[in-house]
Design a protein around this ligand. Sequence first.
Ligand code: MG
Length: 296
Amino acid sequence: MKLVTYETSGDFQLGVLDENAQYVLNLSRSGLPNDMVTLIEMGPAALEKIKAAVEAAPRSAWLALTEVTLTAPIRRPRRNILCVGKNYHSHAKEFHRSGFDSSAGADEIPALPIIFSKAPTSVIGPNVAIPSYLDDTGTTDYEGELGVIIGKGGRGISKQAAMDHVFGFTIINDVTARQLQRDHKQWFIGKSIDGFCPMGPWLVTRDEITNLPDIELRTFVNDELRQKAKLADLIFDIPTIIETISRRTTLEPGDIIATGTPDGVGIGFTPPRFLKPRDTVRIEIDKLGVLHNVVG
Ligand code: MG
């Protein structure tokens, strides 16, 4: 099931897409909330209600997707987006070599997951311009990532139980001001600039993704392929990440975890290839769609 948040005449609505992702059915008018996190909090009952709404809807109730403006599926997260740093073998080596990794220490591959966060105000939707002009260091870089959306919350979630706590997935661009990431040591400032977390185009429920390691992520800048990796290359898989974060800290419904980026980011090149105004960034993840943003 593909769920969207969209805007019509100033109002935000929840919708579900048809199988071909060409039409959207308004869910807020079927007795469901107009906020994705409230929907997620309803648990499995929400998905049953959506199925019933789809079955009951006449053909005329479906809008062409081209007629609505999609926002990020979770337009304004209630809490910071949780992120994993250096979580692909290939990128950990690339970042270590780049000179921008002030957290590096001696090791390329981290022994334990590196967790940081991005402010909720960094989230923007598909097709919205990434405000690189807010990064006065001119070192804006892209990071294509799989985003995990938590369904049932909890503390002390084991690896074995972790996937039962996943509501679904989306695509995230963990946009980063590299010089700020390096100079401030902690990564929050360089990664929390307003608009530096494009997300979308929709949320895909967990049942649609059957074999995570085979899922491939690709990032294109101006149609040039820069990143290409399968989730099998993750250093710490999703259950390990959830177990690690929730060991002492409660996860809540609607929490978002960006799982890290593979190699091929701008600082992986010599000299680095930072984003410039009018560049386009397109992130594709199998079964999750395409997240497209221009650089502003
Ligand atoms: Mg990242």
